[in-house]
Structures are given as structure tokens and as C-alpha cells.
Design a protein around this ligand. Structure first.
Ligand SMILES: *Cc1c(COP(=O)(O)O)cnc(C)c1O
Length: 408
């Protein structure tokens, strides 16, 4: 047995989060013993199914919908689910209750937040603010949505490298849309200092937390973040297409002027009045009728976080990605792949991205051998590490299979 296999065993034995794996539906333990188990390193794209979800969804469908029918809006708590589930996500991103609402996709929430940010920046005497900055390397949907938000608000859109944002700010800046962790490279950006710089310029930052929520401490309240969005089907394991979340800092909620003021965000939705009057609080971020089946699947999925500290998750995440990089360096011939993920912990999210010219083909062969990561155009192999259910033996095995695949 190699040193790395022995080390992996010791690290797994000492891992305080190891037992959490039982809260998920994964390949049988016997497969692990036989070294034939699959290794799922794509939780940054679609999290694994938590074991409590299937029965809960069956109950929601059969009893809440099938038997209680319309009474469930009250009796099963359907109507208040967006805020209730937002409060459940809140501690994972460092937010006090009453500031997060769950619903719609991340794309839609980016739109709400960016337009609201521009409106807030102008309201504070900033009529001349006519520029939106966007992370030049962003996940494309954020850029597409920001461009449309800019057109609608009469702003120009300027793509900038996130590290260059402080130098690009001016009296014209209204809003800045940033990713906390880059989806391709896994680079973690400095949220506290970038937020402070944007606010000091009189603009508002909108943070996209898709690759940090559930992976590392975000500290929204602590860092004075104004607006943030994130998805729930990656590190929060909410299921395919589970609804996203929107954070609006408490003291800004009265000024949050949604570009999608649907009836669910009305102060009195069942008043059915022709005039719109926004509700107070986080509910102002709601739009239309919530997607109850997906929402309640997400609510069940969030139970896996009971008793789990996000700081412990972060510590294990860094240990896993360190160990993966070490195993890759030991097993893969030098120069065959190149890590585009920073080595510095302060700049690393919860994934490792390796570049190699034949990445698409390599990933196909890896997946055929049970090691599931993903390929990002044009040359990136992406491996996501979800500390709740990925262990060190998995990590060693993934690196070993990668090396074998690259050698074929
Ligand atoms: C995954 C992801 C999204 C997904 O947006 P949807 O509207 O949920 O499809 C958006 N932004 C980033 C940065 C992402 O990583």
C-alpha cells in the first residue's frame, strides 16, 4: 500500500465529519472496501441526494397536496416556506434571520439584486451613476443578466477582473456584480475588502455565492454585505433546479425596489388591490407563487446541516483539496496537468481545477471509471470537494484513477 493510501486512511479515521456521509445516498460501503466505489466530485454542480429527502417529498405530494390540498398553504406552512427556508440557510452564510428569501433561479435573483442595487445607488443622490461593473470571468448567466439590467437602467456595463475592481470604481459606479468563488478556476475572492471598496465609492456590491454557500464561511452580516444571491443545488444539496436565495441586508430592505414586484411581495397579497405596496422585510424579494415541491425538498435537504459548523466544513475542504493536489503531484507526471486553482488557502474555494489540452476526452474516460468531475470549456477538468460526503480515501482514489487515465 502506498504512503498516500495509508495517510488517507488515517485522515478519514480522524475526520470529525466522516459520519455525515451516512446522511446521503451514496455507493455501498462494500464498493469502497473493494476499491471499486465511484467517487463523486461534482457536488459543485449538483449535490448528492440527502437520505431524508425521498420520504419527505412523498409526504408533501401524497398527504400535503393529495389529502390536505389547498389547506396546506396554511396548515403545512407552504405560504411562509420562502422565508422559513431562508432562515435555515442564513447561519450557513453568516446572516441573522429575516434577511434571506428562497425562490426563483439564481439568474432571476441576480436580475432583482442588480437592478435594485442601481436604484439604491441613485436614490442616495447619485443621479450620475450610470455604470455597472461585472466580474469579467463570471459564470455567463450573471454577465448576460447584468447586460440586460444595464440596458434597462440606462447604464453601461464594464467587465473587469475582480482583483481590479477597486481601481475601476468611480463616482459613476452604481453596482458591482461579483462571484465569491470563480466557477472555473475555484479562486476565492476577498469579499470583505472588495465589499468595503465598493461601498466606499457609494455603489452597491451584489455577491454571487453559488460556489461558496455551504462550502465555506461567508460572513454576510459581519462584512456588511448589502445584497447577495446563491443557488441551493450545489453545496446545499437541494436537488436539480432547487430554488435560489436572495439576501437583502436588514437596514436596506425598505429601500429594496424590486424590478419584479409580483403579488407575493405585496404588503397584503390577499387584499388583491390594484395598487402595489411592497411588504416589509425579506418577503419583498419574493415574486410569484413559490415552487413548493422543490422548496420543501430543499428544506428537507438542509437537515443534513443539523449540528454541523461551517468552519469545520471549511477546514476539511482545505484539507481535502490540499491532499488532492498532493496526490496529483505524486501520481501524475510533471507537466501533464496544470492547476489553475490557487495554492494559497485564502484564495481557494472548494474545488480543484486542472488544465490539460485533452480535458474533454480525459473527463469522459474518468467518468466511465466512476470518478465524476466535470469538464469546462475549453481545457479544464473540474473536481468539486463536498466535505459532508467526500473523504480522503475517495480523494486519493480519484487522483490515482486520474493518473492512470492520463497515462493511457
Ligand atoms: C451555478 C451558477 C449559476 C446558476 O444559475 P441558475 O439561474 O440557477 O441556472 C449562476 N451563477 C453562478 C456563478 C453559478 O455558479
Amino acid at each position: 500500500m502506498s504512503d498516500l493510501v495509508v495517510r488517507a486512511g488515517k485522515l478519514d479515521a480522524a475526520d470529525e465529519l466522516a459520519a455525515l456521509r451516512d446522511r446521503f445516498v451514496l455507493d455501498p460501503v462494500s464498493d469502497h472496501a473493494a476499491d471499486t466505489a465511484g467517487v463523486y466530485l461534482d457536488g459543485n454542480s449538483l449535490g448528492v441526494l440527502p437520505a431524508v429527502v425521498p420520504d419527505r417529498v412523498a409526504d408533501v405530494v401524497r398527504r400535503q397536496w393529495g389529502e390536505l390540498r389547498i389547506r396546506s398553504w396554511e396548515e403545512s406552512g407552504w405560504w411562509t416556506a420562502p422565508e422559513r427556508i431562508g432562515d435555515r440557510i442564513a447561519p450557513l452564510v453568516g446572516a441573522a434571520p429575516g434577511q434571506i428569501v428562497v425562490g426563483d433561479s439564481t439568474s432571476v435573483n441576480v436580475f432583482k439584486a442588480v437592478v435594485a442595487a442601481v436604484r439604491m445607488a441613485r436614490e442616495a443622490g447619485g443621479d450620475g451613476r450610470d455604470e455597472i461593473l461585472v466580474d469579467a470571468t463570471t459564470f455567463p448567466t450573471d454577465g448576460y443578466i447584468a447586460r440586460s439590467a444595464a440596458r434597462m437602467t440606462g447604464c453601461t456595463l464594464r467587465p473587469v477582473d475582480p482583483a481590479q475592481v477597486p481601481g475601476a470604481l468611480s463616482g459613476r459606479t452604481a453596482a458591482v456584480l461579483l462571484n465569491h468563488v470563480d466557477y472555473r478556476t475555484g479562486r476565492l475572492y476577498d469579499l470583505p475588502s472588495l465589499t468595503a471598496a465598493v461601498h466606499a465609492a457609494g455603489a452597491y456590491a451584489v455577491w454571487d455565492l453559488c460556489h461558496s454557500a455551504g462550502a465555506l464561511p461567508v460572513g454576510l452580516d459581519g462584512h456588511g454585505v448589502a445584497l447577495a444571491v446563491g443557488c441551493t443545488y450545489k453545496y446545499l444539496n437541494g436537488g436539480p433546479g432547487s430554488p435560489a436565495f436572495l439576501y437583502v441586508r436588514r437596514d436596506l430592505q425598505d429601500r429594496f425596489d424590486s424590478p419584479l414586484p409580483g403579488w407575493n411581495s405585496h404588503a397584503e397579497p390577499f387584499g388583491m388591490r390594484p395598487e402595489y405596496e411592497p411588504s416589509a422585510g425579506a418577503t419583498r424579494g419574493r415574486v410569484g407563487t413559490p415552487d413548493i415541491l422543490s422548496l420543501l425538498a430543499l428544506e428537507a435537504a438542509l437537515e443534513v446541516w443539523d449540528g454541523v459548523r461551517i468552519e469545520a466544513v471549511r477546514a476539511k475542504s482545505l484539507a481535502l483539496t490540499d491532499f488532492f493536489l498532493e496526490c496529483v503531484a505524486a501520481y501524475v507526471p510533471a507537466g501533464r496537468v496544470e492547476s489553475v486553482t490557487p495554492y494559497a488557502h485564502a484564495e481557494r474555494g472548494s474545488q480543484v481545477a486542472l488544465r490539460c489540452p485533452d480535458a474533454g476526452d480525459v473527463m469522459e474516460r474518468l467518468i466511465a471509471r466512476g470518478v465524476v468531475g466535470d469538464f469546462r470549456h475549453p481545457d479544464v477538468l473540474r473536481f468539486g470537494f463536498t466535505p459532508l460526503y467526500v473523504g480522503f480515501a475517495d480523494t486519493e482514489r480519484a487522483a490515482r484513477v486520474l493518473a492512470e487515465t492520463l497515462a493511457e
